[in-house]
Write a protein that binds this ligand. Structure first.
Ligand SMILES: [Zn+2]
Length: 272
């Protein structure tokens, strides 16, 4: 499941293959942009912006190839003549240089925009957890703009902070010991949760295994995907529900009813 760390790593790999190179091939397999051809132009850089990936080329007033991996997307870098590890019909974008071929497969989203429109395209995103503009105070301010919104949704909304996907939102709620439906303003230590988001993405950005438990094999996650196995900490069956709203897609929500009790349930339990 691509999240900010996956996209950060993809951008770095694409940057190594394309940054400063002249394109010898440009094949965009999306009907609307099928006639776009940047062959002969130079790519400046590939950068991640939250879960979005921008390949910038053609100089300062040039163009961007703006993509999003969504659920299944991935980018591969190949040598010339190397066999692709995915079927060619799934390729949405093929960029070649003298040394390499970069292929984007099953991208959930791909378009070409003038550089001048970049801000319109990704400017709405909140502080990028892995970006040079990371600003925890601003992320906190944005999260608290909707104090009643469940934290499980607020974390997923890229306008608050950019880079968290479904795995991290579930794991972060677990690590904070909060039920995902807890109103954002009632999360006991929200600044710490924001800090922890940054820490988890930083820790995972260099590796292909996404771990929140400190273990890189086997039990890498506390609750995500564990509805059959139970909570890694206490063994209670992990609850699986769907949670989304107008700004976020409906996605599976995993949580441990024991480690992450509802606050109203806690209040009830405390009654004499
Ligand atoms: Zn538990």
């Amino acid at each position: 499941m691509p999240e900010g760390d996956t996209v950060w790593r993809a951008a770095r790999e694409l940057h190594r293959a394309l940054g400063g190179r002249v394109l010898t091939r440009c094949d965009i397999r999306v009907p609307r942009f099928a006639t776009v051809d940047f062959t002969g132009e130079t790519v400046q850089e590939a950068v991640a912006r939250g879960k979005h990936l921008l390949i910038r080329g053609g100089g300062d007033d040039g163009w961007d190839i703006h993509s999003h991996l969504k659920m299944e997307g991935l980018w591969h870098v190949y040598g010339h003549g190397e066999k692709w590890r995915r079927p060619a019909f799934k390729a949405r974008c093929v960029l070649g240089t003298e040394d390499a071929v970069v292929v984007g497969f099953e991208l959930g989203f791909l378009r070409v925009i003038p550089r001048a429109e970049e801000d319109e395209a990704v400017g709405y995103l909140g502080p990028d957890l892995l970006g040079p503009d990371w600003d925890p105070d601003e992320a906190l301010r944005r999260l608290l703009e909707q104090p009643e919104r469940p934290i499980g949704l607020a974390l997923l909304d890229q306008r608050n902070l950019a880079g968290i996907g479904n795995v991290y939102r579930c794991e972060l709620c677990f690590l904070a010991g909060v039920h995902p439906l807890t109103p954002t303003a009632e999360v006991p230590n929200l600044p710490r949760m924001v800090q922890l988001s940054k820490k988890l993405l930083e820790a995972n950005k260099e590796r292909s295994t996404r771990a929140t438990t400190g273990q890189l094999r086997g039990n890498t996650l506390w609750v995500y995907g564990r509805s059959r196995r139970g909570c890694l900490r206490c063994g209670t069956p992990v609850a699986l529900e769907q949670l989304g709203d107008r700004e976020t897609e409906l996605r599976e929500l995993y949580y441990c009813p024991h480690c992450q009790p509802r606050l109203d349930a806690q209040a009830e339990a405390a009654l004499p």
